[in-house]
Design a binder for this molecule. Structure first.
Ligand SMILES: [Zn+2]
Length: 286
């Protein structure tokens, strides 16, 4: 699938791989955010879950990813981080994330020197990319937060129950590159607008998972804070697809999330912002 390039001369490419899994590359350096290919089904979620190396391999091949420079984690819930350690090992990538991500890495046997600690406001460089982590809240859904909030306190060795993938610190990931800039919101939780004051991003990948269960006013405020805050010109919606369904099946919306897309399409149109709901495997030029 192709999308209108926003800049024909740009070497910067983004591929959406379902949920909030995004591959960003410029022909030399390749970054993968929130790798989640195994996508355990609902029945296996009742048991213990583990990354599946053959599904990961198949997905990396289909996405033409033979080598990765870094895996970046917005947070460590299983739908963002289940495959992070194995993907990093299989592709020779560094892993950058919270203290909880480091405990995932320790459980998975990733050498300590390949793990980078993400901290609020700390920038890391990978090739021509400068990556900044901006801490914010995770989306809260009624009384269900206790299910997987808090940190991963000990090295985690899968298979483990899904709830043991506790969220840890939650980050928006800002990627700056000479050809463009991108802000990725893996969770639609609140972010302090002051943190976006000096952030500029032409493109925002806006995770909308769970937003169907928040009020229309909350959704509007989230959109305006994030998209308006970094003065974005285009928005790509992510984390809208049913993440307990395999990536080789036709994607479907999370329950009621089509409504979120409609609301945001209207809002974006009114504010002169281009908005696209990215499809799995879709590559766009940034
Ligand atoms: Zn989460």
């Amino acid at each position: 699938m192709s999308d209108q390039p926003s800049d024909a001369n740009s070497k910067l490419r983004l591929t959406f791989l379902g949920t909030n899994c995004l591959c960003l590359h410029d022909g030399e350096t390749r970054l993968l955010i929130d790798p989640f290919f195994t996508r355990p089904n609902l029945i296996s979620l009742l048991r213990r879950i583990a990354p599946n190396p053959s599904i990961i391999q198949t997905c990396l091949e289909r996405a033409n990813i033979s080598r990765l420079d870094a895996v970046l984690l917005s947070h460590t819930h299983y739908d963002h981080a289940l495959d992070a350690v194995l993907t990093a090992r299989m592709s020779g990538a560094l892993l950058a994330g919270s203290a909880s991500a480091a405990r995932l890495a320790a459980g998975g046997g990733l050498p300590v020197e390949t793990c980078l600690r993400a901290e609020d406001g700390r920038a890391l460089s990978f090739g021509a990319f400068r990556v900044n982590f901006i801490q914010h809240a995770h989306l809260t859904l009624g009384g269900l937060g206790w299910l997987a909030d808090g940190n991963i306190e000990k090295p985690l060795l899968p298979p483990v129950p899904a709830w043991q993938y506790r969220q840890g610190e939650v980050f928006a990931i800002h990627c700056q590159h000479p050809d463009g800039s991108l802000l990725v919101m893996g969770s639609a939780g609140e972010i302090d607008p002051r943190k976006l004051k000096n952030i500029s991003a032409k493109t925002v990948c806006l995770g909308i998972g769970g937003l169907a269960f928040k009020s229309a006013a909350y959704r509007r405020e989230y959109f305006r804070t994030v998209v308006g805050g970094c003065r974005a010109e285009q928005v790509y919606l992510t984390h809208w697809d049913t993440f307990w369904k395999r990536l080789d099946k036709k994607p479907s919306y999370l329950p009621l999330h089509r409504l979120v897309e409609w609301q945001y399409a209207k809002l974006a149109h009114r504010e002169g912002i281009r908005l696209v709901c990215l499809q799995p495997w879709q590559e766009v030029v940034l």
